[in-house]
Design a protein around this ligand. Structure first.
Ligand code: HEM
Ligand SMILES: *[C@@H]1O[C@H](CO)[C@@H](O)[C@H](O)[C@H]1NC(C)=O
Length: 357
């Protein structure tokens, strides 16, 4: 590791510590206690207190108590549904987290990924392996019975990603609500979401253009501690990498051998975390140190002086990763949200379609 990265490392460690003490909404890890739905914090208007250089890009119009009067059962309905679905198929947890990332990455967290009209984000090539739509639909259907026309699809997806994370052993964080659903969804915009072939600079720029930092990039990439990829998206690393006629040299030889046997067919699936694929832990980062990152965008995080120190920081302490993941997911959920103040938003009655009225 180059010397020049050391001051950055220290700075970012300090940032981690500051954010650990300044963050008001991450202390509620006792999700099971029913009081977590009714704490006094749910009355306060949300204001972002994690350290960031560009706080002004976030709306402060969401609030923890948003549905308290209109749909107090929202979070418990959602929690039960997410829990049921994941019990039936644990792979849905990863899929819900990814779905939320793709939603927020394009036009902000506005539920635009859920729309099914011709040429929508959902029809784009990068969206082909997205899953979890039926979970959102199921939650929405129940909410329409209990609190019609009240809870947005964008809020449902944001909260579902949080509950899914918690269900598989990840951290818990409180989500402020009041997002409205967008009416515009374009496949060509979805094409901008990273596919795993990018360089670090373009990933950093992608995050920064959404008000997120390098720290958020490294922390949120840790979502790849669970979930899978289709072999098709990594086969180029296995045989003829960048026209060299050889595999990607940044792959551990034994892991390469495993992947060559596992990925004979592009349609096969392979775990993103080679070591503990079902557990939400910091082993994803430990894998990177051992040249066992599956996507090249994962492995690159440990090769670049802007990101490698953060990878190291997350390998050393599990709790630092868990905490930062919660903080960064909180930020992801605020990207370009539509609120009551925005005329272009609505509360969809069916998450798949813009309201007809
Ligand atoms: C930083 C840039 C990122 C890149 C390049 C990237 C790329 C990918 C790719 C290529 C896949 C496999 C898709 C497939 O073949 O089916 C994937 C899966 C996944 N991604 Fe990412 N991702 C990124 C960031 C994120 C973020 C920020 C999150 C969540 C906060 C996330 C969560 C996931 C999850 C959970 C899966 C597994 C999905 C499943 O098993 O259904 N990713 N990602
Ligand atoms: C990174 O990727 C972008 C977009 O493809 C490209 O324009 C840029 O030249 C690349 N940078 C490096 C350092 O390779």
């Amino acid at each position: 590791m180059s010397n020049s990265s050391i001051p950055l490392f220290l700075l970012l460690l300090v940032l981690c510590i500051i954010s650990a003490s300044a963050d008001p909404y991450y202390e509620n890890s006792d999700y099971k206690s029913s009081s977590s739905y009714t704490t006094s914090r749910s009355d306060t208007v949300f204001s972002l207190q994690v350290p960031t250089l560009d706080e002004t890009t976030f709306d402060n119009l969401l609030s923890f108590g948003y549905y308290r009067k209109t749909c107090p059962q929202f979070e418990s309905i959602l929690h039960n549904k997410v829990k049921e679905w994941i019990k039936e198929d644990y792979t849905l947890a990863a899929s819900l987290m990814r779905l939320h990332f793709h939603d927020c990455s394009v036009r902000g967290c506005d539920g635009s990924i859920l729309l099914k009209n011709d040429g929508s984000e959902r029809t784009a090539k990068v969206s082909k392996t997205l899953r979890g739509f039926e979970v959102v639909d199921d939650i929405k259907a129940e909410l329409e019975k209990q609190c019609p026309k009240t809870v947005s699809c964008a809020d449902i997806l944001t909260a579902a990603a949080r509950d899914a994370t918690f269900e598989v052993g990840g951290p818990y964080w409180d989500v402020p609500y009041g997002r409205r659903d967008g009416k515009v969804s374009l496949a060509e915009e979805a094409a901008l979401v990273p596919t795993g072939h990018e360089n670090i600079t373009s990933m950093i720029e992608f995050f920064q253009s959404r008000g997120m930092t390098v720290l958020d990039l490294v922390a949120l990439s840790g979502a790849h501690t669970i979930g899978r990829t289709s072999c098709g998206s990594i086969q180029y690393r296995l045989y003829n990498y960048k026209g060299t006629g050889k595999p990607d040299p940044s792959l551990d030889p034994k892991y390469l051998d495993f992947l060559q046997r596992k990925c004979r067919w592009a349609s096969e699936y392979v775990d993103l975390d080679a070591t503990t694929p079902k557990t939400f832990d910091n082993v994803y980062y430990i894998n990177l140190k051992k040249k066992k990152g599956l996507l090249s965008t994962d492995q690159l995080l440990y090769s670049d002086p802007r990101t490698a120190p953060l990878v190291s920081a997350f390998t050393s302490t599990h709790s630092v990763f868990q905490h930062q993941f919660a903080v960064s997911m909180g930020k992801l959920g605020l990207v370009d949200v539509l609120t009551d103040q925005d005329e272009e938003g609505e509360i969809r009655t069916n998450c798949n379609f813009v309201n007809a009225y």
